[in-house]
Design a binder for this molecule. Sequence first.
Ligand code: ATP
Ligand code: MG
Length: 413
Amino acid sequence: MAIQLVKGTKDIFGAEVGIWQEIENKIRTICKTFGIEEIRTPVFEFTELFIRGVGETTDIVQKEMYTFTDDGNRSLTLRPEGTAGVARAYIEHGMHNNAQPTKLYYISPTFRCENTQAGRQRQFHQFGVEMLGSYSAAQDAEAISVASVLLEEMGIHGVELRINSLGCPDCRSKYNKTLKNFIGENLEKLCPTCKERYEKNPLRVLDCKETACQKIIADAPSVLDCLDEECTAHFEKVKAILDEMNIAYTVDPKIVRGLDYYTRTVFEFVSDGLTVCGGGRYDGLIEECGGKPTGAVGFGLGLERLIMILEKQQSDLHVSPLKDIYIGSMGEQGFLKAQAFTFALRKKGILAECDTVERSVKAQMKYANKLGVKYSLIIGDSELELGKAELKTMETGEKQEIMLNQLEAFFNK
Ligand code: ATP
Ligand code: MG
């Protein structure tokens, strides 16, 4: 029996690759405009980095990591998110010595051992941005604006930006107490996981997707009421800058995000109930990973989810671009020359195709039609002798005579 791909993974090929490339190109162009440089960190890191960086009580660390031991008995883990690796690299290469902020992005495979379902894979891809070296609300707004521009430029509609603030560790512990009191009164009604969360990290209960838990959470006290003066001012400033930028948002005090490292601002972009992008400020992370205290903010945007939304909203996604010309051939000399003409045109950037299967002329034309080309011609002995051929416009069937040595000029005009 043929071996199949692993559950939760996907081959990306054919017309879909075109969509990926378009998105990746957009991302690279946008990041360039925003002065964000690419970083490529390894696919695996020491497990310890993710335990420290992502947080022991998170779903990711508790049940979603692909962890293995290598021949040196080291515990390694496939990247379950991108921020921890970037934080490690920032410290390791002393990037804080450069002019700040350091603005980095990545497009990379990410691995989580989750139950697979629509929009949830075990290997998926994230576009992530991390901006390190600033505590200012302007940095939060700049990060948010990158994701906002990308979603806008992809032409998707109905995406909602939701923002919240979790405050600094002091506000957070104050809120944890308030929340614990509230949850304590309803403990019996919560799911088993949330009963555990109640002990270790009550904030995570707000993130639970179980209907029973959500019902209770609906009346939970708001974290925004527990923010101190500075954290409130920071959140107000983020909102004011977003207002100035004309980026619409709603404040949702229930957003906590799945990772433990967030402080102050957290945000999500949601489309049809599906979170396509999540991020926030993580001022404690660099210190947690062994660096100096450093303000930082970032987000992760799931590319599969982005494509899911695009596919739902845009029916013409899979159209592949037309090739410029098919150079068909007849006879041995024609076949040889077709290869040479095609190669010469390709070197000039013209999308040329020819027969490499040794098909009949009729089959070649059928193939050219399937391929989708703007023009075609056939080279045989007489065309070679006269140095000219009939160029057919595929859409109209119209034919015009063309000198074979004028082909390149024809496409470049
Ligand atoms: P969710 O609540 O949907 O599980 P999350 O909080 O775990 O999301 P993050 O860790 O913030 O998500 O990751 C950022 C983005 O990566 C998500 O918004 C989503 O678009 C994407 N993502 C996360 N997990 C998966 C997955 N298993 N498959 C595909 N995309 C994913
Ligand atoms: Mg998750």
